[in-house]
Design a protein around this ligand. Sequence first.
Ligand SMILES: Nc1nc2c(ncn2[C@@H]2O[C@H](COP(=O)(O)OP(=O)(O)OP(=O)(O)O)[C@@H](O)[C@H]2O)c(=O)[nH]1
Ligand SMILES: [Mg+2]
Length: 311
Amino acid sequence: MSINWFPGHMHKARKEIAEVMPQVDIIIEMLDARIPFSSENPLVPQLRRGTPCIKVLNKADLADPALTARWVAHFDSQSGIKAIPISQQNPEQIRALLQLCNEMLPERNLDIRGARAMIMGIPNVGKSTLINTLAGRTIAKTGNEAGVTKMQQRIKLDNNVILTDTPGFLWPKLSPPTCGYRLAVTGAIKDTVFDYADIAMFAADYLLKAYPDAVMQRFGLTELPENDLALMDAIGQKRGAMRKGGIVDLEKAGSILITELRAGNLGPITLETPEMVSQEQIDAKAEEAAKAKEKAEREAERKRKAARKYR
Ligand SMILES: Nc1nc2c(ncn2[C@@H]2O[C@H](COP(=O)(O)OP(=O)(O)OP(=O)(O)O)[C@@H](O)[C@H]2O)c(=O)[nH]1
Ligand SMILES: [Mg+2]
């Protein structure tokens, strides 16, 4: 099953961003450090054209530091782009972000002329929280659910910088399908669009391979479960999420796993690496090509049959 979420308000948010883009000096594109590829919106390059862009890997406190460093190097190798990890509890990283804005706009002396910055990113990634941190007061509404900011909001900072907060938006097709799953696992997708059992099985499969010790420790297991279902079963037993007859309640156990993973209770975890993502992209292309070929063959067969019928 694939997960997609692109309601009308996201289409509107994208249109409104395009309208104000000519007045923007620098874009702060906020990514989720736990899913740097899956949270990178493919619509941003079209929107930004040549505007300088800083990729901020936010929620770095929840991500695996070694993998965050690899992702930063990956983005830094792209032209016109600088990447920086931040977490909102770390003022030093926030200062480094401001410093980077300065460096990327050398012709604009920020102290004198100021700058116009726009913060863009997927839902629930922390855009409005950053605005509040930079402003030093609560100006923008925040909340731990997707879709809190409903419209653009401009905020003038003391140092002549104008910041624009924007509503989070995704894109029409979340591809490869793993991308939609990771966005759901980390909380960027409204939870009426997927079911917890489904995304928890996806997360369980990955966690068993990539973070087996963290899983065993969090759920008090002495042996590593064999597969995703066995892990869900173990969680169900440990946390009282069983149905009558001793069958695990997948929805309940799944929601426990996802809630604790999102909160960082399993320790710092990153859900994708640059290598994994390139392989998934190759696989998705091959699958699409195979599907297209199959469709073309079916169509050719249908035409042959029709031609025979009327001969
Ligand atoms: N652990 C952690 N949580 C963060 C960080 N930054 C933001 N959050 C939390 O993430 C949630 C979403 O924050 P918001 O600032 O509302 O996110 P947003 O990007 O404005 O979301 P939308 O307006 O829905 O697009 C809140 O619960 C924040 O407290 C961070 O660096 N680390
Ligand atoms: Mg917001």
